[in-house]
Design a protein around this ligand. Structure first.
Ligand code: FAD
Length: 483
């Protein structure tokens, strides 16, 4: 029997459309599917919500692998050591994996590939997580794009989704299996307390991803461009955690959306908007990689270095009120409670709550980024840091700092009947639509008829919008004056 090949699953927890898996199959050798709970000390540790997701996703992958006559080997420790050890232990001739571009990972992978090569083991790396490898798209002069529109104009024609490679019917098994950890022993599911009860609507894993994509293509995609901003509607795909963990490839999403347009089921404009959002995911990865190449961790360093002098406030009480969804601004509170309960938040509301933190409360975007990192099931290094910097005004192609969302008008515009707020802030459920986004503007009789006592059943606003807005503008002016 030929020496086995290790198929190292990372953020590509799927069997279909997986270039590393296809390469392992082509080698015609027995395959050792491996997942490493990476404990490399200088890599950013995953947040709690993503660990919840990871456990379910690994269980699904293990079942899919077993259904094909194989096993998923689980090991933990610094991946560089674990992979090299397993190669030695099993006499593997090669290791195949799909690239991950998080800070520190490409350098670590390069070291590992070198060590494997020195031991006579071939490391084969592929791009399975992006439409285009993030290190590939450059300006005509070889520079870094800093604005999305020209980036996308250059990148989009390069996207070649190719033919999908279906999941194999079988995975060739080795004669002997190396030992594996038990998934349950990794303790990824929260127990003390179990805060994940509200995560029950998610189905992590490849089958859940395919179902989600199918439902979206035959449903919300048809009116995506208009409805994607409406948290009160099911107007988006909710594919982000599946894409983050690679349970579906972005190319599969691309193909499915384009096929719907070709069949004449969905207008081109709707499909183009969706593809452009996949483009933002690419742009963020591209920007994060460039930041890292400059030595700037994207979750720590302002892309616009003028913001290094920004007078952020230290206000633990206000930050705590924000994290708990107790700011007194209903759309903000609804978003943060949706996040805490389900591990996910609608994009429009992410923008509103991020703007509220950085502008109304003048709290450093890095505090919000860290909160999202721990609580989002789709917490993604490049997209989280990139979007936080975008909202805060200090990122690549950022929204100007002086554009300050008014949380009341944002609520009125994007949740006009208050459906979203009613769901997540039930203490306001009986408020009339006209007043639900500004309950303090209601007179006492209305509040009392709706069972609302401000300061008791629901907080007073922790800051006045007008005052906070002016304070933020002054802070921004001080930054400009300092220059
Ligand atoms: P859809 O609207 O259906 O879009 C399809 C896919 O396109 C998404 O799944 C996602 O992969 C990608 N996408 C859409 N919008 C963006 C965007 N603005 N930036 C990057 N990719 C995008 N997204 C993450 O995946 N992980 C994060 O950690 C993350 N943090 C964010 C933090 C803030 C402050 C903000 C404002 C946005 C953040 N986003 C993040 C982007 C966006 O909110 C989510 O990707 C989106 O809400 C996911 O929902 P969906 O899958 O239904 O998106």
């Amino acid at each position: 029997m030929p020496a086995p090949v290790i198929l190292w699953f990372r953020r590509d927890l799927r069997l279909a459309d997986n270039p590393a898996l296809q390469a392992a199959l082509r080698s015609a050798a027995p395959i050792l599917p491996l997942y490493v709970l990476d404990e490399t000390p200088d890599l950013r540790a995953p947040g709690a919500a993503t660990l919840w997701w990871l456990e379910k996703s690994l269980a699904a992958l293990a079942a899919d692998v077993e259904a094909r006559g194989s096993r998923l080997i689980l090991r933990r420790g610094p991946a560089e050591r674990v992979v090299a050890d397993l190669a030695r232990e099993t006499g593997a001739s090669g290791v195949c994996w799909n690239a991950v571009f998080d800070p520190g990972v490409p350098a670590r992978d390069a070291r590992l590939a070198e060590a494997l090569a020195a031991a006579g083991v071939e490391a084969r790396r592929f791009n399975g997580g992006h439409l285009l490898s993030p290190d590939k798209v450059r300006t005509k002069t070889g520079g870094q794009f800093s604005v999305f529109t020209p980036y996308w104009r250059a990148a989009r024609p390069l996207v070649n989704p190719g033919e999908p490679a279906p999941a194999p019917a079988a995975l060739p098994a080795p004669a002997d299996w190396p030992g594996s950890d038990r998934l349950a022993d990794w303790g990824l599911h929260p127990t003390r307390p179990d805060w994940s009860k509200g995560f029950k609507d998610w189905t992590p894993g490849e089958a859940g991803a395919a179902e989600r994509l199918d439902a979206f293509i035959h449903g919300a995609l048809k009116s995506y461009a208009g409805d994607r901003d409406r948290p009160d509607r099911e107007g988006i795909s909710r594919l982000s955690p599946y894409l983050h963990f690679g349970e579906i490839s972005p190319k599969a999403c691309w193909r499915a959306a384009q096929a719907a347009a070709l069949r004449g089921e969905v207008p081109d404009a709707q499909v183009d908007k969706f593809l452009a959002e996949l483009g933002w995911r690419e742009f963020n990865a591209n920007t994060a990689l460039a930041a890292e190449a400059r030595g700037d961790a994207p979750e720590k360093v302002n892309v616009d270095r003028r913001f290094d002098a920004f007078p952020w406030r230290d206000d633990p009480k206000a930050f705590a009120a924000w994290t708990r969804g107790m700011t007194g601004y209903p759309i903000v509170d609804a978003g943060l409670r949706q996040l805490w309960t389900t591990g996910w938040m609608h994009n429009r509301v992410r923008m509103v709550v991020a703007s509220f933190l950085t502008k109304h409360l003048l709290i450093d975007w890095r505090a919000g980024e860290t909160w999202f990192w721990d609580t989002l099931v789709d917490a993604d290094h490049a997209s989280n840091a990139g979007n936080w910097q975008w909202v805060a005004g200090c990122g690549a192609d950022a929204a100007p700092y002086f554009r300050i969302f008014n949380p009341v008008t944002q609520g009125e515009k994007f949740d006009p009947d208050g459906t979203y707020v009613r769901r997540w802030v039930p203490e306001l459920a009986r408020m009339p639509a006209k007043l639900i986004h500004a309950p303090w503007a209601a007179d006492k009789a209305i509040l009392s008829a709706c069972g609302v006592t401000l300061g008791l059943t629901y907080p007073h606003p922790i800051v006045d919008h007008g005052v906070a807005r002016q304070r933020a503008l002054d802070a921004y002016q001080s930054l400009k004056a300092d220059r």
